[in-house]
Design a protein around this ligand. Structure first.
Ligand SMILES: C[S@@+](CC[C@H](N)C(=O)[O-])C[C@H]1O[C@@H](n2cnc3c(N)ncnc32)[C@H](O)[C@@H]1O
Length: 388
């Protein structure tokens, strides 16, 4: 932690303003707030939260890197999964949730154009006003031929879409609750403010709003004394809302995570919370408020259960590496005419996207189908549904 870069004076002032806001919430609550409420403010407080304010966030000059930022091959592979779906639906639309810098949208639309299979509309639902503006500027410049098809939404569409709903690293940016097993009981850990610092504080049993979810989890897992982890209680209603927005098609979700048995493995006894600041990773969410990203991995068993409860079909579950290889990443890479330097860079990018120790196995992808019956090429080999 001592090696973290020091933010500028302006950035620290910004961080202090957000810190004051969260302090006020704690005072108003007359005690600790849930970590989910803390994380919601730290990431999304209007004008102040990490995703709502103006920092660079994604890419080499930001805090972390995502697959669409590493190489256009990521989006191009996904285009080769969208192509047969859009064809089967006689050309539907695509809805991207949390579109980051807009690079994924550009690369996907370019590849679909080469495949002569552009969607009727490319909808983007972005909760960060700042990122939405950045996406508009970027896509207006980079996607001249398709720009009129791109529509930004404030909420999920009322009119159900036929097509594909896509999200990369959106679930891991959702606020999560923290818990700990203390004296054989599962207890929520919230956030308080004491002696000028944010501190972890137990939320009394009669005050926690997630008592039922925590009890169900512990009855299933029997986690040992001291075990600390987190739970995303928003996933079921979020998946239901996606199902509700879709008439026919496929929901494709990529994220860091595992099935429940691996997520809550006895050895993973400190949870998966991670913070990113200028490409440094650490586990202190109280540091540099509003200047650093806060994420937690995804329990894909909850995603699958929520999908089944919402009457969606699980179309496949696998690793990012298997999905990209099934969609022909190596063939797409070979088709490019590149200089030696570009070739080297492309190979490095493919390694990052597919190596098991990198994003290849840490990131999983799940497909949820509604009113569509077709095999999905991304899951043709190495389907891992047994892990859910
Ligand atoms: C880690 S970034 C990933 C950005 C992009 N998908 C990428 O891969 O580069 C998380 C994104 O999800 C957005 N986000 C978080 N919660 C969301 C939600 N409920 N609906 C839509 N977008 C959301 C954030 O504003 C941000 O753009």
């Amino acid at each position: 932690m001592s090696t973290l870069p020091t933010p500028s004076a302006d950035a620290l002032e910004h961080s202090q303003t957000l810190s004051n806001l969260i302090r006020e919430k704690i005072t108003k609550n007359q005690g600790a707030i849930s970590f989910a409420d803390f994380m919601e403010l730290a990431l999304y407080a209007p004008g102040l939260g990490y995703y709502s304010a103006g920092s660079q966030k994604l890419g080499a000059s930001g805090d972390f890197i995502t697959a669409p930022e590493i190489s256009p091959l990521f989006a191009r592979c996904i285009a080769h999964q969208c192509h047969p779906i859009l064809t089967a639906l006689d050309h539907g639309s695509i809805l991207e949730l949390g579109a980051g810098t807009g690079k994924f949208a550009r690369d996907l639309l370019q590849e679909l154009s080469h495949l002569n299979c552009l969607p009727e509309n490319y909808f983007i639902l972005e909760v960060s006003a700042e990122l939405r503006e950045r996406q508009k500027i970027f896509l207006k410049k980079e996607c001249i031929d398709f720009f009129e098809r791109i529509v930004w939404l404030d909420k999920l569409p009322h009119k159900k879409i036929n097509g594909i709903i896509f999200a990369n690293e959106v679930m891991d940016a959702m606020p999560i609750h923290f818990f700990q097993i203390i004296k054989n009981k599962i207890i929520e850990r919230g956030v308080d403010f004491e002696n000028d610092h944010f501190v972890w504080k137990i939320i009394p049993e009669d005050k926690t709003k997630i008592h039922d979810q925590l009890t169900t989890l512990q009855n299933e897992l029997h986690l040992q004394e001291g075990y600390i982890s987190e739970i995303n209680t928003l996933l079921p209603s979020w998946i239901k809302s996606l199902e509700n927005a879709l008439n026919k098609g496929v929901i494709l979700l990529f994220d860091y995570g595992f099935g429940r048995a691996e997520y809550y493995h006895p050895d993973r006894n400190m949870g998966t919370l991670m913070c990113h600041y200028q490409h440094h990773r650490h586990s202190d969410p109280f540091l540099f408020l509003g200047l650093q990203d806060i994420t937690a991995h995804v329990d894909f068993t909850t995603v699958a259960e929520s999908a089944v409860n919402a009457n969606l079909q699980i179309g496949g579950y696998t690793t990012q590496a298997a999905f990209l290889l099934n969609c022909g990443i190596l063939k797409l890479a070979e088709q490019q005419t590149l200089s030696d330097v570009e070739h080297y860079k492309q190979n490095q990018a493919i390694k990052l996207l597919t190596l098991p120790s990198q994003m290849g196995e840490l990131i999983k992808v799940i497909a949820l189908k509604k009113n569509i019956d077709m095999p999905l090429k991304g899951f043709a080999e190495h389907d891992r549904r047994r892990d859910l």
